[in-house]
Design a protein. Structure first.
Length: 131
């Protein structure tokens, strides 16, 4: 695990290919970018980072993501993560994405891009789904 609770100036987190499974964190509106692909990260509380815009958790152990408190998120990568093995988890994540109508499209990169309900939810919110 990595502890970032006393890092108020932190803006980006790069833990690519790390052995870190969990981030100990507190509220930090400054964090806007997380690169954690090919890491052992298994859990993540994004509600503490309201201004995050980009997250890449490809090939991690993440099984759920909730963007309910992340109105600025616009680029999500979670290919090769367990979240793709559950239509329910993908549905919850898609429902939690912010509406980007009248803004530039958001991008959701998942393994299961062909699930019609996921694509319909995302398209209605101006998100492009790619697999």
């Amino acid at each position: 695990e990595i502890d970032i609770t006393n890092t108020p100036g932190l803006r980006t987190i790069n833990m690519v290919e790390s052995g870190v499974e969990r981030i100990i964190q507190n509220y930090n509106p400054g964090i806007n970018w997380l690169m954690a692909y090919d890491s052992k990260l298994s859990t993540l509380d994004l509600s503490l980072w309201p201004n995050i815009t980009i997250i890449n958790v490809n090939r991690t152990f993440i099984s759920e993501l909730d963007f309910s408190n992340n109105p600025k998120i616009d680029d999500v990568h979670c290919k090769g993560a367990p979240i793709n093995n559950s239509e329910e988890a993908l549905l919850q994540m898609a429902n939690s994405l912010p509406d980007r109508t009248n803004k530039t499209s958001g991008y959701l990169h998942i393994d299961s891009g062909s699930i019609p309900i996921i694509e319909a939810i995302c398209n209605a919110k101006n998100w492009s789904v790619s697999n």
